[in-house]
Design a protein. Structure first.
Length: 97
């Protein structure tokens, strides 16, 4: 599927990008290559990409994860017990960036 100049220009406008004529042609050709590669992947999997969506389930090891436990959190007084000069919160330096 080749990307037409009109479609590329519409995408550029929607993306608020500006290209010279040479840049537009270069990027349009690159987008054609990307679309062709995506089509190759789609056609390589029988039944489309729906078959490859769940391939990572076993790799993550969800079966080996522990059950969540609801536990009491620490009281603020204990959390702040090692902080000097606190007034119910941590004092941090202001970051100027």
């Amino acid at each position: 599927m080749a990307l037409s100049k009109e479609d590329f220009n519409k995408l550029a406008v929607l993306s608020r990008l500006r290209f010279s004529d040479e840049e537009a042609e270069k990027f349009r050709n690159e987008m054609d290559d990307i679309i062709a590669f995506a089509d190759t992947i789609n056609n390589a999997v029988s039944g489309g990409t729906d078959d490859i969506k769940n391939t990572s389930i076993d790799a993550v090891g969800f079966r080996e994860l522990r059950e969540d436990e609801v536990r009491e959190s620490l009281p603020n007084e204990k959390i702040l017990s090692n902080v000097e000069g606190h007034k119910g919160f941590f004092n941090v330096r202001r970051c100027v960036g």
